[in-house]
Design a protein around this ligand. Structure first.
Ligand SMILES: Nc1ncnc2c1ncn2[C@@H]1O[C@H](COP(=O)(O)OP(=O)(O)OP(=O)(O)O)[C@@H](O)[C@H]1O
Length: 263
């Protein structure tokens, strides 16, 4: 059983218990226990092949585990077993995922991308023709404010910088009010300034949403992390503050030491 920190009494939003997933006999995820608190920003690090993407695939029901439980704790007190839910229902439950490559509509404006995302639940064809209400407009402006793209509302998404595209996609998730946001390497390919602004953006979401951020850039992890989970061979190797995991000999051995040698 994984250790649940006793010092915090915030309710859990996600419990992953005893989860195993094999591919052709290889355990990509091996007896994994992971708990996420409501409003928490958790960073997940680990070497290539540690199982980070598979972990996200399991939470979003893209992949089904061989064993174990994955429970989403709804704010009405109900639990939903995510291993029994279809992938498209997971986003309707309020679990959104941002992949590494932005999936924005390049030939639409920033505003229209957010509008499409807001109305996404109604289907794409409907979304193209739907007239947003005053509260929808307010929501879109709130999101643009959060992702700092208000001044680009009427720019085509395809003309945005790499960093701005990533922020727009985070905004598209936000437009759907997710309870849990899964964010895969948000700072990849960004300039130092964009990376720092991305960190500020994620920190501004802490408390309002629960976030799991996978990241390799340790400077970025230092900026955003309060609690870090280190995955290794599909299992939690260590979990704790940035300073705790950074100085842990096992983490240095399997991940940080190798990272340093690479550069
Ligand atoms: N669909 C699949 N079929 C076969 N093997 C898979 C599949 N998906 C993942 N694996 C294997 O499971 C292991 C974990 O992969 P995963 O992509 O989850 O790791 P990761 O931590 O995200 O790695 P990276 O940092 O390189 O993205 C790897 O050895 C990978 O080859």
């Amino acid at each position: 059983m994984a250790h649940i920190p006793a010092e915090k009494h915030t309710p859990l939003v996600l419990s992953v218990e005893g989860v195993t997933k094999s591919f052709d006999g290889f355990k990509a995820i091996n007896d994994l226990n992971f708990y996420l608190r409501d409003g928490e920003l958790r960073t997940v690090i680990g070497p290539n092949g540690a199982g980070k993407s598979t972990f996200m695939d399991l939470i979003t029901a893209r992949t089904k585990p061989d064993e174990g439980k994955i429970n989403f704790h709804k704010d009405n007190g109900e639990d939903v077993d995510l291993t029994r839910v279809r992938e498209h229902h997971v986003s309707q439950l309020g679990i959104g995922r941002k992949f590494q490559n932005p999936t924005i509509y390049r030939s639409h404006t920033v505003y229209d991308n957010l509008k499409l995302s807001l109305s996404g639940k109604r289907g794409l064809l409907h979304s193209l023709f739907y007239k947003e209400s005053a509260s929808d407009r307010e929501k879109i402006y709130d999101v643009m404010e959060t992702i700092r793209l208000k001044d680009h509302a009427h720019d085509l998404a395809g003309a945005l910088s790499h960093g701005q595209k990533q922020w727009l996609e985070i905004g598209m998730l936000l437009a759907q009010d997710p309870r849990i946001m899964l964010v895969d390497e948000p700072a990849a390919g960004m300039s130092d300034e964009e990376t720092e602004r991305t960190g500020e953006l994620l920190l501004s979401l802490e408390g309002k949403h629960s976030l799991i951020v996978i990241e390799h850039d340790m400077e970025f992890v230092r900026q955003i992390a309060s609690r870090v989970t280190v995955l290794h061979q599909g299992h939690v190797l260590k979990e704790g503050s940035f300073d705790f995991v950074k100085s842990d000999p096992q983490v240095i051995e399997v991940y940080l030491g190798r990272q340093t040698r690479k550069h």
